[in-house]
Each structure stands twice: as C-alpha cells, then as structure tokens.
Design a binder for this molecule. Structure first.
Ligand code: ZN
Ligand code: ZN
Length: 251
C-alpha cells in the first residue's frame, strides 16, 4: 500500500496544507480516506480527479468531509464529460448531509456522481483493500479504519478521544496514522481528541510498528507534538509527523 498525505491539518486547514485527506493506492486502485476542507486542491498534485476509484469518510465534521462539494462539481461539470460514478462510503446520512452542504435537493442530491454506501462496524472490501471499521470516541458517529493489503496493515484513527477500539483496530499494524490534536496541559476536552502522548500510548498498547502523528492543529507547535509523543510514552517504535505530500510505502 502506498499512502500519500494530501492533508493532515487538524480541525481546519493550515497555512501549508488542507485538512484530513489520505490517498491509498494498491493494484492501480485509488481510495481516499477522508476529503477534508481544501483537500481537492492539493489532491491534484498527486492524482487526476477522474482517477479516484472510491472515497471513504470517517465522519461528518467539515475538516473530514466537506471537500466532497468541490469534488462533486469537478466530477459533474467537467466540459469533457461527466466522470464515472464511484462509491462514497460514510456514516449514516452522508448522502443527505452532502446534498444539504451544497444546497441541493436531496433527490437526486449528489447520487448521480456518487454511490453512497453507509458504513457499519466490521469488515468490508473496498477495491483490493480489506477494511475493518470501528466506532471511535468522538461527539458524532466516527469510524476508525484498519486497511489491509498483501499482509500489510495501516490503521487510521480519524478523530477520537482515548479509545480501546482504536487499540484493537491498530493491533500489530505496520503503520498507525493517529490523530494528535492536543498538547499536554490542563483539562483537554475528554472524548474528543488525543494528546500526542495518548496517541503514542495507543500505538504502544497496539504493538504498532510505527506511529505517524496527524490531525496537527495549526495553533500547536508541531515540534512539541513530536517531542511529547517521543518523551512521555512507552512506545518504542519510530514516531514522525505527517506532512502534506509525504509518501509512506507500507511494505
Ligand atoms: Zn477533525
Ligand atoms: Zn471530528
């Protein structure tokens, strides 16, 4: 699996990159995990917009899903012709929410461009990937992903507070792409996001091979995010920061 970080800015786009979006490629199949604010712009540096085979949205917060709107425009109104309909996986109500976001009637909404598929916890195949889904600990329905291909495993936390299901999802994953929205400090909001240290603790409990910290919020100093994950946790594997355009070959 090849992972390209399209955007990894937490909660809103940063000066140097969009909100959450990751391009996963295997066997010529291209899957987008999340399509957050600003991602469609940067995505075009790495893939043609008509070359995406499927999109999977972790949850309905704007920084994870709202660039479905410009993606829909590009796929629908290209003067060279409408692009093929592709599946868009997401929580319950995704088709309705995306139609509302663009001010479209719900029927047809975006359904002529996208085949909306409702996610549920458990296993499913998306193209060549075996995907396991679990609910994360976040104020709206949110899925974490375990993506397997040819014996290699990527786990993605999406947004979550401390979450035993994330440890299960990331069990012995080669790469855990884990949100680290908070720095240590007084009373971060519970059941919302993780500190960098908590992200590393989840990686340690899961026995993950390497930890990549993501959902990096622009108001934090990212060197401190990395330092807190490295210094305070029992995780012994490599820890690094996601960055727009970073490519991770898993396996
Ligand atoms: Zn978020
Ligand atoms: Zn969120």
């Amino acid at each position: 699996v090849r992972i390209t970080v399209i955007g990894c800015s937490g909660s809103f786009p940063g000066p140097d990159g969009p909100a959450s979006c990751y391009l996963l490629e295997a066997e010529g199949f291209r899957l987008l995990l999340d399509l957050g604010s600003g991602a469609v712009g940067a995505l075009q540096q790495h893939a043609s917009l008509d070359d995406i085979d499927a999109v999977s949205l972790s949850h309905h917060h704007a920084d994870h899903c709202l660039d479905i709107c410009p993606f829909w425009v590009a796929r629908t109104y290209d003067p060279h012709g409408r692009y093929p309909r592709i599946p868009v996986y997401g929580p319950e109500g995704t088709a309705r929410r995306m139609a509302q976001a663009y001010g479209l009637d719900e029927d047809p909404g975006m359904t002529e461009a996208f085949d909306f598929v409702t996610l549920a916890p458990g296993k499913r195949e998306i193209g060549p990937f075996q995907v396991t889904l679990a609910h994360m600990n976040h104020p709206v329905e949110t899925f974490g992903f375990r993506v397997e291909h040819s014996g290699r495993v990527l786990a993605y936390s999406a947004d979550t507070g401390t979450c035993p299901a994330l440890v299960d999802l990331a069990s012995h994953a080669d790469v855990l792409l884990c949100e680290a929205s908070y720095l240590s400090g007084p009373d971060p909001m519970p059941d919302m996001h993780l500190t960098a240290r908590q992200a590393a603790d989840h990686a340690a409990r899961a026995g993950a091979g390497q930890l990549i910290l993501t959902h990096l919020v622009p108001w934090n100093h990212q060197e401190r995010t990395l330092a807190e994950a490295c210094e305070f946790s029992s995780f012994g594997g490599p820890i690094s920061l996601a960055a727009p355009g970073r490519i991770i070959d898993v396996g």
